[in-house]
Structure formats: C-alpha cells, structure tokens
Design a protein around this ligand. Structure first.
Ligand SMILES: Nc1ncnc2c1ncn2[C@@H]1O[C@H](COP(=O)(O)OP(=O)(O)O)[C@@H](O)[C@H]1O
Ligand SMILES: [Mg+2]
Length: 234
C-alpha cells in the first residue's frame, strides 16, 4: 500500500505536484491526467530521481523519501524507464542476473527466480540471446522481468505501451496486470488509454495541475464531472 501525504515539488516556481495526498491500495492502480498534469513527476518523486520539497510517502509503512534510489529498490520499489536499460553485450539471462546484485534474494533459489521471471514475461526461449539482438518489445519485457526479481512491492509503469504495436502493447499490459496475482506486488500504471485503465485498474488517481482531481473506484472516477471536464474534454 502506498500512502502519499501532502507531497509537493516545484520546478522554477511551477508546482508540478501540489500538496498531493492519496492512499493507493488496489492491486493495480491507474494514474491518469492531461499532459503536464504531473504523472511522470510523481513517478520520479517516488523512485527518488526528483527530491520532494515537502510531504511524506509510505510504502507498506516504510518512509520512502529519506531513502536513496538504491535503498528504495531494495525496499521493493521498481520502475520502468522510457529508454530500456538493457545491457547490449549480455545475454537476457545475464541481464537479469545482474539485477540480482541490487535486490535482496536467496542465493540458493536465484536460478529458479530468474526462470520464473523469464517464463512470466514469455522470454524463456530468448534466455541466451544478447541484449543487442532484442527488438523494442522484447527489451520492454526484459525490463519487466528485471523488475520482478527480489521481492518487488510496488512497480511503477509510465506509459509502458508507448512505441509498441497495438498487439504488443496489449500483450505487455496483460502481463503487467497479472503481476499482483503472481508476485504479490502492487502496480501503478500510467496510460493514456482510458478504456484500458477502466478494464484493468480497480482504483484510479486523476491528477490535474499537480493536484488530486479525483481518487476512487475507476468507474466512479471516470464518471466524475470534474474529471470529464478536465481530462475527457466532456
Ligand atoms: N525537470 C523538470 N524541469 C522543469 N519542469 C519540469 C521538469 N519535469 C517536469 N516539469 C514540468 O512539470 C509539469 C508536470 O510534468 P510531467 O510530470 O512530465 O507531466 P505528465 O507526465 O503528467 O505529462 C509540467 O509543467 C512540466 O513541464
Ligand atoms: Mg509523463
């Protein structure tokens, strides 16, 4: 469970996140809002790329903001990046193995853990393939597989389907939405596709100008007149 309390950050005087409070407790939480609403900034704040000006964030009771990005990863926070972090001259298997150096894991069951992550992401057949030989979709899947290692608690996905074909994006999102059930971790999913958010997220947070515009069960949130005005143009 992610508990955000009075979180703020400003760039050049513009409040990108403005006194945001939200308790996110669904297995898959949607995060939507118009361009510039602060969605990516929130992900950057949570993962430690951007320091908060004020506020507090608790992940399963642990205060995140005092932790370094590395410590947050060790505490189970994961994010995907817009550009895939795949090492070109390592095999898929060794790309995953390298991740294990940074997260808590049982040495004895490391191979089994890698195999589970590869199977879940459909990469088992590609285990010996070099990073440089992978296409964009396969790279995204490697990123997801890496994020699943070492007992993740919360995975942050910022428009994970961007740049993929419709079919690839659907495949990827389906995997993302199955993560809570298979790995016991929570997912925060940013996606511009409102139909997809409705179909996959039981709870949704809507940001607008860095503020919380709505939070609640997705269907209810999408019916909210303020959300329809600001986001759906209705
Ligand atoms: N590093 C930065 N420096 C200055 N302004 C930024 C920076 N990152 C984001 N912003 C601004 O913060 C606001 C929120 O941006 P962002 O979080 O990228 O929105 P979203 O992901 O919802 O489209 C925008 O006005 C954007 O221009
Ligand atoms: Mg963004």
């Amino acid at each position: 469970m992610l508990d955000i309390r009075q979180l703020s950050v400003a760039f050049w005087g513009i409040k990108a996140i403005d006194d945001l409070s939200a308790t996110l407790d669904a297995p898959v939480v949607g995060l939507i809002g118009p361009n510039g609403a602060g969605k990516t900034t929130l992900v950057n704040l949570l993962s430690g790329l951007v320091p908060a000006a004020s506020g507090q964030v608790l992940l399963d009771g642990q205060a995140l903001l005092p932790l370094s990005p590395r410590q947050r990863v060790r505490h189970g926070l994961r994010r995907s990046f817009q550009t895939e972090q795949v090492v070109e001259d390592l095999s898929v298997w060794n790309n995953l193995r390298a991740m294990l150096d940074h997260v808590p894991h049982e040495r004895a069951s490391a191979n089994a853990e890698l195999a589970t992550a590869l199977e879940f992401t459909g990469l088992s057949e590609l285990a010996t393939r070099l990073g440089s030989e992978l296409n964009l979709f396969q790279r995204r899947m490697v990123e997801i597989a890496k994020a699943l290692l070492g007992q993740p608690r919360l995975l942050l996905f910022d428009e994970p389907g961007a740049g993929l074909t419709e079919q690839e994006a659907r495949h990827l999102r389906r995997a993302i939405c199955a993560i809570p059930e298979h790995f016991g971790a929570q997912v925060l999913l940013i996606d511009h596709d409102v139909d997809l958010i409705q179909a996959t997220c039981t709870q949704t947070l809507v940001l607008d100008f860095g503020k919380r515009l709505a939070l609640g069960p997705t269907a209810q949130v999408l019916q909210d007149p303020a959300v329809r005005r600001a986001y759906l143009g209705a």
